[in-house]
Design a protein around this ligand. Structure first.
Ligand code: ASP
Ligand code: MG
Length: 408
């Protein structure tokens, strides 16, 4: 009998009725002849509320204690779900991350999994039980509780699926799959049948909020077949897997955007070795995830450096950049919080020239100014004004006819 890992997000479990529905879906899967390991997130807004309370008490709570606190959310969810399953007459057993042997490093609040020991899960499966595991958490070698970064239950599910050699890792959420655009921004967005790991990585990295980025990376590295689908319907979702031929025909898989970004410029820095490292090493040491970086052609030995970073990290960026500007006697600096990034992702870009040009043309036809551009082999991203972001997503979606099924 094969194993199916099913992950249920917080919205899918918000309220007793939904918990009962999830329980019955799990029991149905079990009765269809599969072993089920269910990974759950904290119910509803639990994690946000716990974080909020911690920050009411202290502006920068100790990270170890934050993890101790946040991990409780998932612990509530696993027990409630196990209770709901027993009520349906099936045997279930719930485990915390530490109990199933999810061992992580000590990077509290964004720990990385170092090993997964699944023997306990296998023992319970062999007894015919449904195993429920708390997502988003693990423990260090010394048994201190850690969490895996926001959205980390996806990571738990994918890691368990990899280690258990599961047939599939199903991610149940409140949308029916991965779309060509966020359906809340573009009502004509179309659900994708299948997306390659590479494309999903770019989609997740550029603002598609369906899967945690790290979980996609892990899935790719361990060849885990992932399906994103809705817990509110029985419609098949989107499969994420190795590149397949069908996909080579769909040039573009989707358009994404990110609003919570900031743009920082340092004007007039000396154009000599060691400057970029000074700025970006300092930011990296502070844990800032710098996104795009642009350095101008230098003029008379001085140049400008512009970069983008998550808006929430702006206070750190200000501190670091203010220091660098003083130290290097740079001409000035600017901080811009009103930007957004719109990205176009598709594996077909590799073999189809002109995609970027077409995207720029669409933006220009709509009077949208491009402030920065960055590309990978399967992605083009543009920084634009935040106020333009919805019309940019819609215009690009329309311009590339993403609402239409690709010809197969
Ligand atoms: N409950 C955690 C969060 O809200 C983990 C998750 O939802 O996957 O980030
Ligand atoms: Mg959540």
């Amino acid at each position: 009998m094969g194993i199916i890992v099913q992950k249920y997000g917080g919205t899918s479990l918000a309220g007793s009725e939904r918990i009962k529905k999830v329980a019955s879906r799990i029991v149905t899967t079990k009765k269809q002849g599969h072993n089920v390991v269910a990974v759950v997130s904290a119910v509803g807004d639990t994690t946000d509320n716990l974080l909020k309370q911690a920050h009411e008490i202290a502006p920068a709570p100790p990270k170890r204690e934050l993890d101790m606190l946040l991990a409780t959310g998932e612990q509530i969810a696993i027990s409630l779900l196990a209770i709901a399953i027993s009520e349906l007459g099936c045997e279930a057993i719930s485990f915390t991350g530490a109990q199933v042997g999810i061992v992580t490093d000590t990077a509290y609040t964004k720990a990385r999994i170092v090993s997964v020991r699944v023997q306990r899960v296998i023992n319970e499966i062999n007894k015919g039980k449904i195993v429920i595991v708390a997502g988003f958490q693990g423990a260090t070698k010394n048994n201190d509780i850690t969490t895996l970064g926001r959205g980390g239950s996806d990571m738990t599910a994918v890691a368990l699926a990899a280690e258990l050699n599961a047939d599939i890792c199903q991610i149940y959420t409140d949308v029916e799959g991965v779309y060509t655009a966020d359906p809340r921004l573009e009502p004509k967005a179309r659900k994708l049948e299948v997306v390659s790991y590479e494309e999903m990585l770019e989609l997740a990295a550029t603002g598609a909020n369906v899967l945690q980025l790290r979980s996609v990376e892990y899935g790719r590295n361990h060849h885990v077949l992932i399906e994103v689908r809705s817990s509110f319907s029985d419609t098949p979702g989107t499969l994420i897997k190795e590149d397949v031929q069908v996909m080579e025909k769909a040039i573009i898989s989707g358009v994404t955007c990110e609003k919570e970004e900031a743009k920082i410029t340092i004007f007039g820095v000396p154009d000599r070795p060691g400057i970029a490292v000074k700025v970006f090493k300092a930011l990296a040491d502070e844990g800032v995830n710098v996104d795009m970086i642009l350095q101008n052609v230098s003029d008379k030995g001085i140049t400008d450096i512009t970069f983008t970073a998550p808006r929430r990290d702006l206070p750190i960026c200000r501190r670091v950049v203010d220091g660098v500007v003083d130290e290097l006697k740079a001409r000035g600096k600017s901080y811009d919080e009103e930007i957004a990034k719109v990205s176009l992702v598709g594996a077909g870009m590799k073999s189809h020239p002109g995609i970027a040009a077409h995207m720029f043309e669409i933006l220009s036809d709509n009077g949208i100014n491009i402030e920065m551009i960055s590309t990978s082999s399967i992605k083009v991203s543009c920084v634009i004004r935040e106020k333009d972001v919805v019309s940019a997503v819609q215009a690009i979606h329309r311009g590339f006819e993403l609402d239409k099924e690709p010809i197969k």
